[in-house]
Design a protein around this ligand. Structure first.
Ligand SMILES: *Cc1c(COP(=O)(O)O)cnc(C)c1O
Length: 238
């Protein structure tokens, strides 16, 4: 059952279309973000040959080394937890930040975007499950963040993002996806922002996420295969 990346991609695209159909959504309303963390430039180039041009990374240090070794003109999204001392570099490497989870980080991104002369779309990461081990804002903290964001001109809050607790059954993720969409529906008019983007769903649960309104699904393992474990590298820490 050796499969090529191109055939795995085709399988993912078919499932994405099927989920859109079930939900009565336009197939082009959901985009695939291939998460290439802990995969090398060769694998990314294989994905580029299969037609992909947008990739997600979760460590600034890894991305800094990898991006120059890949084709130019690719679009890089940061999906990890960002530390303030890495923001300057993140702002220069990435086009979208998927997991902004504090006013402090938002203000830091705004300041460094001003210095770099750019405007960055960001998604606010919300911890909808309340799991204590998780990053992300509590739902009740969103108001304060939108208020602060109203004073900032270099960051644009484009939507919300979440990572539900790890579960075997994708149906267990569904209530968290639904909750994220409800928070978006609630906050969009209050904040006066479209909040069009919902970044939710990974390899094991992206179908359910699409049915619940995802506009970006972040898929790593299912596309690239198992990640290599590199000594001293925590997969999800920046
Ligand atoms: C690694 C990662 C993914 C991809 O996970 P898979 O289960 O391999 O698809 C998605 N989102 C975030 C935030 C990640 O860190």
């Amino acid at each position: 059952m050796e499969q090529t990346l191109a055939s795995r991609l085709e399988g993912i695209r078919e499932r994405m279309s099927a989920a859109c159909l079930r939900a009565g959504r336009a197939p082009d309303s959901v985009r695939l973000l291939p998460v290439s963390k802990m995969h090398g430039p060769e694998e990314i180039e294989e994905a580029v040959r299969a037609g992909l041009d947008c990739f997600g990374e979760s460590r600034v240090q890894e991305a800094r080394q990898k991006i120059p070794l890949c084709s130019g003109g690719l679009h890089w999204h940061f999906v990890g937890h960002l530390q303030t001392n890495k923001v300057r570099e993140a702002v220069s490497l990435f086009e979208v930040l998927h997991a902004v989870d504090s006013v402090r980080l938002l203000e830091c991104v705004d300041r460094l975007c001003a210095e770099e002369g750019r405007v960055l779309p960001v998604f606010l990461e919300v911890n909808v499950s309340g799991e204590r081990s998780k990053f992300g804002l509590k739902p009740e903290e969103l108001g304060g963040v939108f208020e602060a964001a109203g004073r900032l001109h270099r960051v644009r809050i484009a939507g919300l993002m979440t990572v539900p607790p790890i579960a075997e059954d994708p149906e267990e993720s569904r209530p968290f996806f639904r909750h994220l969409r409800q928070l978006r529906d609630e906050w969009s008019p209050r904040a006066g922002l479209p909040l069009a983007e919902l970044s939710m769903g990974m390899s094991h649960d992206f179908d359910a996420a699409i049915e619940e309104g995802a506009t970006w699904v972040r898929v790593g393992t299912l596309l690239f295969g198992e990640r290599r474990r590199v000594e001293g590298h925590e997969p999800d820490a920046a």
